[in-house]
Design a protein around this ligand. Structure first.
Ligand SMILES: [Zn+2]
Length: 331
């Protein structure tokens, strides 16, 4: 439901309109039927129809009876008029309003590539019930996290706005961070972190549980992911016995010699998973290079290619384990 209280009181009819600037194209059109006036006195001349289609808030707002002349005394939010077009005072600044409107209009979007840029625009999109814009902006936040930028800030922002589905995805990106880093970033004096504090505590518990589970993963479990991949190397490999599925503990029917590089890869991986409990760690290039460095001359010539395949399989195993850990965001 739209809430007229979310709009600031109308600007005074005695305000000096000479100080008011006109918004950038295409928000400067003469045939606009409503003006959105930013908090820093920039008028955006827009069309009611476009805003109404995008936002139940504006659709309801525009149904409120409007005064026919400036200062007509109506208690509604459309109390001021300019060139016989109603003016709606908006509490956002011009850059934020511009970015919001660009998401609504069929034109090129504003550049929103940092958390600082996106936060006020997302807040405005939610405030004005712009569902599609909200989805787009939440997606951009997750893209920042996926790229390794401010995962904690993204998580806190999404929790602040109670965007649970997106916050759960953001939480998984936070697993790439060491636990200590999560704690350190929690001390930031940030209104978003403050409002999201209960969810943040749950994120810490989530990270801890994922670390415990992945820290206990065994080479045997990893081998399961590699059963059809694993090459043998009797020169450097240690003997490895395999029981058929469902017959664990019975006499092994298969004896293999896992290469040293494979063993080292698993060993390093498990240690890293304890600190950063997520499947992405399997893809560390450093992990790959370190492991392949111990290949012996008799190891399979296609070991590099095989371990790439192995990484994909192991990532699936790890992601499944992470997905089995519940995250209660508290809202
Ligand atoms: Zn070898």
């Amino acid at each position: 439901m739209a809430d007229a209280k979310m709009i600031e009181p109308p600007v005074s009819s005695t305000e000096n309109h000479d100080e008011i600037k006109l918004g950038p194209p295409p928000f400067d059109v003469e045939d606009a039927d409503v003006v959105l006036r930013s908090s820093d006195h920039v008028d955006f001349r827009v069309y009611k129809l476009i805003l109404s289609l995008a936002s139940p808030f504006f659709k309801t707002l525009f149904t409120i009876p409007q005064p026919r002349s400036e200062g007509a005394g109506t208690a509604g939010v459309l109390a001021d008029r300019m060139d016989d077009v109603p003016v709606v005072p908006i509490s956002e600044t011009a850059p934020t309003l511009d970015a919001v409107l660009r998401l609504v209009y069929p034109i090129e979007d504003a550049v929103l590539d940092t958390l600082t840029h996106i936060r006020p625009v997302l807040a405005a999109a939610i405030k004005y019930e712009l569902e599609e814009a909200t989805i787009v902006l939440a997606g951009r936040l997750l893209a920042l996290s996926a790229g390794g930028s401010t995962p904690i800030g993204v998580f806190a922002t999404l929790c602040h706005h109670r965007l649970g589905e997106e916050a759960r995805v953001a939480a998984k990106y936070c697993l790439r961070e060491p636990f200590a880093d999560l704690l350190n970033q929690m001390t930031l004096p940030d209104i978003y972190l403050t409002s999201a504090a209960p969810s943040y505590l749950r994120l810490l518990q989530y990270h801890s549980r994922c670390s415990q589970i992945l820290g206990k993963i065994t080479p045997g479990e990893l081998f399961t992911a590699a059963r059809h991949w694993l090459p043998d190397c009797r020169a450097c490999g240690a003997m490895f016995t395999i029981s058929p599925p469902g017959q664990i503990g019975l006499l092994p029917v298969e004896i293999r010699y896992r290469p040293k590089f494979w063993h080292l890869f698993n060993q390093n991986l498990i240690e890293r998973l304890k600190i950063r409990p997520c499947g992405d760690k399997v893809m560390d290039l450093e992990l790959l290079v370190l492991s392949l460095a111990v290949r012996c001359p008799n190891c399979p010539v296609d070991a590099s290619q095989r371990i790439l395949t192995y990484r994909e399989s192991v990532k699936v195993v790890i992601d499944e384990k992470v997905s089995s850990v519940e995250l209660d965001l508290g809202f």
